[in-house]
Ligand binder design. Sequence first.
Ligand code: 8X3
Length: 256
Amino acid sequence: MDTQQKTIMITGATGGFGTALAQKFASDGWSLILQARSADKAKTLIASLPSSTKYHVFMADVTDRDAVVSAFKNLPDDFKNIDVLVNNAGLALGLSPSHKCDMDDWDMMIDVNAKALTFMTRQVLPNMVDRAVGHIVNIGSTAGNYPYPGGNVYCASKAFVKQFSLALRADLHGTNVRVSNIEPGAAETNFSLVRFKGDKDKASSVYADTKMLSADDVADAIFWTVNCPPHMNVNRMEIMPTVQSFASHPIERSNG
Ligand code: 8X3
């Protein structure tokens, strides 16, 4: 893809994959729209980018539909044509079984991982379709393909992302707008710290004595996906660290 004046919008830009993506695309000369909720975190991110980077900070909570619509209306003219939207904002909260989960955690995961992703997508699509160019990149997860104990609503929200991405492809048939679902497995980011609500010991034990994916690994995969020639669409890309694989289906036995 010719990167001259190309614009990428990244949600959840101030952490994990989002930050790695911002740095990767900025280094390649892209203009950035960085969705953030914290001005301080946005400042830190911007300080880590090449000084020549053209950027706009999109200050809105992606779960607030009205705020999202109004932030889109207020985009500066030279950021109105978005070439790539990466729906990266997402989170897992808790790892309890369904009969013990906190309903607020479930609400939040559905709001961010599923609903917010649809708001953002709906806002950028008309312009992409009009210009017959564009790419929606959703961050799914292996959790959308394989369930695991305690994954419940997180797994379900990522299955939503997968199916929504495929359905978008069907809707966008003939428009030239591309859609990709990137499905990372275990990656060492702030994901576990968020999941375990700030419990550093629990979070770091997830990543101990092994080699998970890094945020840069995932950003590299997305960079490749976006830079495929325009006639080529990556529908889904599932990526795991080599150390991760599949568990067998457990069987409960009466003798314990
Ligand atoms: C993150 C992958 O396996 O930690 O989306 O749920 S996993």
